[in-house]
Design a protein around this ligand. Structure first.
Ligand SMILES: Nc1ncnc2c1ncn2[C@@H]1O[C@H](COP(=O)(O)OP(=O)(O)OP(=O)(O)O)[C@@H](O)[C@H]1O
Length: 255
């Protein structure tokens, strides 16, 4: 199913996750504005990845709900959420070795279109799929790498291919879990510049530890501490918030 409702917003109400007695997420109520670039920040162990996992349906919440527009999607499974338009990337490399960049993206588009498992035939016969894949690669500055094996690419380029695969699902909301992790800082700035230029109808939620990147590219920032939302706001509001300075930015400065 193609996603036509690009103005749909993702939001949570009282979302919580406990592991035994430990509360990894507590009562998180957040609204991601359609088309915004929204950073999730917070100290290690603050619950950022847990929250992303609750949004994608990797595991069920202990309490609370996830809504996409008017639909309560709390009980939907991950692949059903992808079909609704919620797609993610991971902190770790999840690419298939032995495939070219183009073939990987063609496969992902074919999957979305219900043409999975016949991708060899698709490559030769479905020019539209190849054209879409090449346009996607162009938007991520990966045209020159189209025919290279993903395993041969520099790590930063591999992260971009992962974003291409996520975008191939035509997401309404793209969740990026530390997209620049492990990438040299010059390259990570380039990566974020490419992310910033992605179509404005895609809401992008990203976890990032590098505060320069966060304050440069985010339009909204949510600070999580100890599994709860400390504060949410514009970069200016976050930068001037005394509690954030005390519990997070000050701490980060001492790392
Ligand atoms: N499957 C699990 N079982 C038990 N505890 C877990 C599980 N997953 C996460 N946790 C715990 O929940 C807490 C929050 O982890 P999470 O990975 O969400 O934090 P984070 O903010 O993403 O941290 P980081 O910035 O280090 O990636 C951590 O203390 C972690 O050990």
């Amino acid at each position: 199913m193609e996603n036509l409702m690009k103005n749909t917003s993702l939001r949570t109400e009282g979302l919580s996750k406990a592991w035994g007695g430990f509360k990894a997420n507590s009562d998180i109520t957040l609204n991601f504005l359609p088309g915004s670039r929204h950073a999730l920040i917070g100290p290690n162990g603050a619950g950022k990845t847990t929250f992303i996992n609750l949004l994608t349906g990797t595991f069920p919440p202990s309490a609370g709900s996830v809504f996409l527009g008017d639909d309560n999607i709390t009980t939907l499974r991950p692949h059903e959420r992808v079909r609704r338009g919620i797609t993610r990337t991971y902190q770790i490399n999840t690419l298939f070795n032995g495939m070219t960049v183009l073939a990987s993206v063609v496969l992902a588009i074919s999957e979305r279109k219900g043409l999975g498992y016949v991708w060899y035939r698709t490559v030769s016969s479905e020019q539209a799929v190849v054209d879409e894949a090449m346009a996607l690669l162009d938007s991520l500055k990966l045209t020159d790498e189209a025919n290279q094996l993903t395993s041969r690419l520099a790590y930063g380029k591999q992260r971009l291919v992962e974003i291409a695969l996520a975008l191939a699902t035509r997401p309404i909301v793209l969740l990026l879990d530390e997209p620049a992790a492990g990438i040299p800082s010059a390259e990570s700035k380039e990566l974020f510049e490419i992310i910033a230029q992605l179509p404005k109808d895609v809401t992008i939620v990203f976890i990032e530890h590098d505060m320069d990147l966060v304050f440069r590219f985010a339009e909204r920032i949510t600070v999580l501490v100890g599994g709860s939302v400390l504060v949410e706001g514009t970069p200016n509001e976050i930068a001037s918030n005394q509690r954030v300075k005390e519990v997070y930015l000050g701490e980060a400065a001492h790392e």
